[in-house]
Write a protein that binds this ligand. Structure first.
Ligand code: FAD
Length: 297
């Protein structure tokens, strides 16, 4: 079969990295240092998030277009439906196309009041991400990635309703789904089985978050509807004042998760880098990825 295992040749492994646009000059320097460390690993693409309510529109655009100008790696720009008319969003997309960007991560976005607040489509805007996917495909031949939720989106009444929402995005032309992060690989595997039964054939790429800070990740997870298993909390228990050990534990946790997914036949991974190279670089190394000298130069 096509199945790999962690001990075999890893040439089929493909990774992508997600960054957020920097707020300060200092954060920008550190982001580009991380990009400089990770890009020689030859990711399939790198993506740049779009702040809630379009708040980072300019900064996302600047980061993505700098990637186009200064690197060989194809960038993907995240784009959301919230707080903008169709025309405004179409203009942003067209500007990306003109700048040479060929890949958009199309999202609904969260309500301006934050995750969990009631979502109301903008009058004159794209209502849901499936509408945005269709709009983008009308504008130009973008490659479009969308979000998927192995534990369902917090607003979905059930996993089936959530898979229907994913199906609508696929029917609108989505080429790939990237998942919300998760820690239980069985949950992901069961979800992918249900997605396939629903007739969805696009890749469902696992989104992996390295646990730089257990507290920050568990806070975000509870808002985003991702569960944090008790065993994970236990692994970080007692390390609040010991950053060096926390880092070692975080790399062990991520390595365990990713190598187990490889054993289950997964070859593509999307990393939520939090703009840091360290843990992600180490995990990619374990996956068999080595820097390409041309990119490094
Ligand atoms: P959708 O797929 O549109 O759906 C969300 C929910 O709305 C569905 O689960 C369903 O309950 C309901 N729904 C969907 N379609 C319909 C319909 N036709 N009629 C009625 N109800 C419907 N947020 C940002 O602001 N910026 C980012 O850069 C960003 N990047 C992300 C990257 C990834 C990989 C992921 C997983 C999430 C990201 N998010 C980002 C978060 C995302 O915007 C939120 O999770 C948001 O709440 C849902 O977006 P979506 O595209 O998944 O929504």
């Amino acid at each position: 079969s096509e199945r790999l295992s962690r001990r075999e040749d890893h040439s089929k492994i493909g990774v992508s990295f997600e960054f957020f646009p920097p707020k300060t000059a200092e954060a920008e320097v550190s982001l580009w240092a991380s990009i400089g460390k990770l890009l020689p690993l030859a990711p399939r693409f790198v993506s740049v998030t779009y702040g809630a309510g379009g708040s980072t529109r300019e900064r996302t655009h600047q980061t993505v277009t700098r990637l186009v100008r200064e690197t060989e790696t194809p960038p993907a720009a995240h784009l959301t439906c919230v707080a903008a008319t169709r025309e405004e969003i179409d203009d942003v997309a067209r500007a990306y196309w003109e700048a040479g960007v060929r890949h958009i991560v199309a999202l609904r976005g969260d309500p301006p009041a934050g995750i969990g607040a009631h979502y109301e489509p903008h009058p004159g805007g794209y209502a849901y991400s499936n509408d945005l996917v269709a709009g983008l495909k009308d504008i130009a031949g973008f490659e479009v990635s969308v979000a998927a939720y192995p534990e369902k989106h917090p607003e979905s009444p059930s996993i089936d309703a959530d898979i229907d929402a994913l199906k609508a995005k696929v029917d609108a032309g989505a080429d790939r789904a990237i998942t919300q992060f998760f820690f239980d690989n069985d949950t992901y595997e069961r979800y992918v089985e249900r997605v396939r039964k629903a007739g969805i054939e696009i890749p469902i790429v696992p989104g992996i978050v390295p646990v730089h800070s257990f507290k920050a990740v568990s806070n975000f997870a509870s808002r985003a509807g991702a569960s944090v298993p008790a065993w994970l909390a236990q692994r970080f228990d007692g390390l609040e004042d010991d950053p060096a050990t926390r880092q070692l534990v975080a790399s062990a946790v991520a390595a365990e998760q990713v190598l187990d997914l490889v054993d289950r036949g997964i070859t593509d991974f999307h990393f939520y880098t939090m703009n840091r190279a360290d843990l992600v670089y180490a995990i990619c190394h374990l996956l068999g990825l080595r820097p390409k000298v041309e990119e490094a130069a």
